[in-house]
Design a protein around this ligand. Structure first.
Ligand SMILES: Nc1ncnc2c1ncn2[C@@H]1O[C@H](COP(=O)(O)OP(=O)(O)OP(=O)(O)O)[C@@H](O)[C@H]1O
Ligand SMILES: Cc1ncc(C[n+]2csc(CCOP(=O)(O)O)c2C)c(N)n1
Ligand SMILES: [Mg+2]
Length: 356
């Protein structure tokens, strides 16, 4: 790193807030009465809409590792994990609040880069960061973001809305983020074990698509907006943060239904298969079912709506059906055998994740 390291103590908490605020400005939104600078932010809610609020944190060591993540990507991702939750409610993002706990190893320049990542998310998805809180920590870095969006009350799809007979759909492909994380952690391990750290070159090039998906995920507003434009009635929806298996189970439990998904229909990038097999000698299926952090959308629609999804055929795949609760939640394997789908995705209190 050839960037200079200015200790935050040189400008202090309020100097830092002023510097970070400069990065975010100007942001023009006539509905913001007061942004950063007072005891609280003030905005005028849009008429005829409901407010949709979510919060999500990223913790060093749990969600990211400063040895491989850039501060810019970290800023971006801290916004995206929240944007994706709004997206899954078919809401439009408006405002964000951020709390950062900053260890002393972080410099002013690093915080500025974090905010450049935040700013690019603000620009890309058209929302403003209107406040936050800054503290230091003797422990790991922590970032907590709260995001406020707005939506048309009548079209919000809840986790509880899946109906028997619905088609289960997923956007994009699954497993890339986890595959990227596996490569990042492997190269980190190699770096730590290498004797000549100065000249260590990580082998990232063949895996960039997966690494990028992990470090710089994109919320699927493109699809959410098309679903709205095409007036598709979405019965239930969730974004895939913990992993397909766990997130589908959330829908099933809350909707009081069962489900079947077909192994042969799961959208998988060839790179996931290649990384699992060639790099780790593993089956790729757990990457797809349990990997998480793809921030794709999982949703269900009734048969009558299916035709409306035709224009989205390259980005949305049908992977299964919603069944009666008594039929359980199962995966139909390639050989037509059936297995119960377990919640194998990320659980903060059941981490048995190797490679860290
Ligand atoms: N500590 C908590 N106190 C109160 N409510 C909580 C708490 N943690 C989560 N929730 C609520 O539980 C529900 C599910 O939260 P969860 O974090 O699983 O969803 P998510 O944000 O989509 O997942 P992810 O964190 O993986 O993105 C949400 O309504 C959330 O507000
Ligand atoms: C260093 C490191 N180790 C492991 C992971 C994997 N991981 C962490 S949290 C999470 C689920 C989403 O979190 P939440 O439910 O809090 O939104 C996943 C898949 C990572 N990203 N970085
Ligand atoms: Mg979510």
């Amino acid at each position: 790193m050839n960037e200079s390291f200015t200790d935050i103590s040189q400008i202090g908490e309020f100097g830092l807030i002023a510097r970070l605020n400069e990065i975010l400005q100007p942001y023009r939104d006539s509905l913001i009465v007061k942004g950063i600078g007072d005891d609280a932010a003030v905005y005028i809610p849009a008429e005829g809409k409901v407010q949709v609020v979510t919060t999500d944190a990223l913790i060093e060591g749990i969600h990211f590792d400063l040895t491989y993540v850039s501060m810019r990507n970290l800023g971006w991702k801290s916004m995206v994990v929240n944007l994706s939750d709004l997206c899954a409610m078919l809401a439009t993002p408006r405002y964000a609040l951020i709390t950062v706990a900053i260890p002393r190893k972080i410099s002013v320049e690093m915080m500025e880069n974090l905010y450049l990542g935040i700013k690019s998310a603000c620009n890309e998805f058209n929302f403003a960061l209107i406040g936050g809180d800054t503290t230091t920590t003797f422990g790991n870095m922590a970032i907590s973001v709260t995001m406020i969006g707005e939506a048309d009350k009548d079209i919000i799809p809840y986790r509880s809305g899946a109906k028997i007979g619905d088609y289960i759909c997923v956007t994009g492909t699954l497993g890339l983020s986890y595959a990227g994380l596996k490569i990042l952690l492997r190269e980190k391990k190699k770096f730590l074990e290498s004797e000549d750290k100065q000249n260590f070159k990580p082998n990232f090039e063949p895996f960039l698509k997966a690494i990028e998906k992990h470090l710089k995920p994109v919320p699927r507003f493109d699809i959410a907006n098309k679903l709205k434009d095409l007036k598709v009635k979405v019965n239930s929806m969730i974004d895939i943060s913990d992993g397909l298996s766990s997130d589908l189970l959330h829908i099933c439990r809350q909707s009081n239904v069962g489900a079947e998904i077909y192994e042969t229909s799961l959208p998988v990038d060839e790179l996931v298969k290649k990384i699992a097999k060639d790099e780790f000698n593993e089956d790729y299926l757990p990457y797809v079912l349990n990997g998480g952090e793809d921030y794709e959308l999982l949703f269900t629609v009734s048969e009558s709506e299916l035709k409306k999804l035709d224009p989205l055929y390259s980005d949305v795949k049908v992977i299964g059906r919603i069944l009666d609760r008594e039929q359980g939640i199962r995966l139909i394997r390639e050989d037509k055998s059936e297995v119960d789908l377990e919640a194998g995705g990320w659980d903060h209190f059941k981490i048995k994740f190797e490679g860290r």
